[in-house]
Design a protein. Structure first.
Length: 276
């Protein structure tokens, strides 16, 4: 038998693969035990059952091989919503919560309307927005059928079945004249030669959710060019991008005729979302 505090000490085993070994072990152990993280420090002498011990060993050995915590646990919290996660989509990032904040700020005085999330993956942006704007009609599109299945599961889990999840390569499945007050997207925007792709969790995420041609700008350009015909007058387009892409993305918006174009920063005070 082993205790909670002994199990936590196994964080050391994760230091070769993780920047946050202690946090990782806390997350995995609290998941195995079905407790909040704070519980681990309230009851450090609790003994793990054989089954819990075996499950914790399995989780730790997957993490030692570099697998993301979110894949081992099968879920990740975004906007305080628990979302199922698997290898078919990007793992939602805290940086993308900035996009949700901006979308909410833009729609504060509009009790109802129509919003669209392009390339929804787990459904994170669409579901977070829908949870805060109950009277809005929200649509989520993704070119991956596995992603759309996952987004639907997440919608059901959160009681947000009203979010329409459709299989679509960007706008392709929508009627030409279908328009929205708000279109948001966290598209792939990493250049294929970026060394970031060879490190950490991204190695386990689908390339199709991460990498875009033309230095990572090809999909953003495609979305910017197609969006005007799907936006209502006065509607907004919000796109997440890399921290070095702000001026290039503003240029794409401006060339396509968008007004009030600006870039907002993420939690690390780096350019992250352009809107217009
Ligand atoms: N921000 C993510 C990363 O740097 C990438 C997200 C994306 O490509 N949409 O890992």
């Amino acid at each position: 038998m082993r205790t909670v505090s002994e199990a936590l000490r196994r964080a050391i085993e994760l230091s070769p693969v993780s920047d946050s070994p202690r946090l990782d072990v806390e997350l995995l152990l609290s998941w195995v035990l079905g407790k909040e993280r704070v519980w681990l420090y309230t009851w450090p002498e609790t003994e793990l059952s054989d089954a819990q011990q075996a499950e914790f060993d399995r989780a730790l050995s997957r993490r030692r091989k570099g697998e993301p915590i979110a894949h081992i646990m099968g879920e990740r919290e975004f906007w305080s919503l628990p979302l199922y996660v698997n290898a078919s989509t990007l793992i939602p990032r805290p940086d993308s919560e900035r996009l949700v904040e901006l979308a909410l700020a833009l729609t504060e005085s509009a009790p109802s309307g129509r919003a669209l999330d392009l390339g929804t993956g787990t459904g994170a942006l669409a579901l977070a927005f829908a949870s805060e704007r109950p009277a809005w009609e929200v649509t989520a599109l993704d070119a991956s059928t596995a992603a759309i299945e996952l987004a639907r599961r997440n919608a059901r889990r959160l009681g947000l079945e009203r979010v329409r999840c459709l299989h679509s390569d960007w706008y392709s499945a929508l009627p030409m004249d279908e328009r929205f007050e708000l279109v948001m997207s966290n598209p792939p925007y990493i250049a294929d030669c970026d060394p970031h792709l060879n490190r950490g969790d991204v190695r386990f995420e689908p390339r199709s959710a991460l990498v875009a041609e033309r230095q990572g700008l090809a999909d953003i350009e495609h979305i910017v060019n197609l969006s005007p015909r799907h936006l209502l007058p006065g509607g907004w387009l919000l796109i997440e991008h890399g921290w070095e892409q702000g001026s290039a993305v503003r240029e794409l918006f401006t060339v396509r005729g968008f007004r009030a174009v600006r870039t907002e920063q993420d939690l690390n005070e780096r350019d992250r979302v352009t809107l217009g």
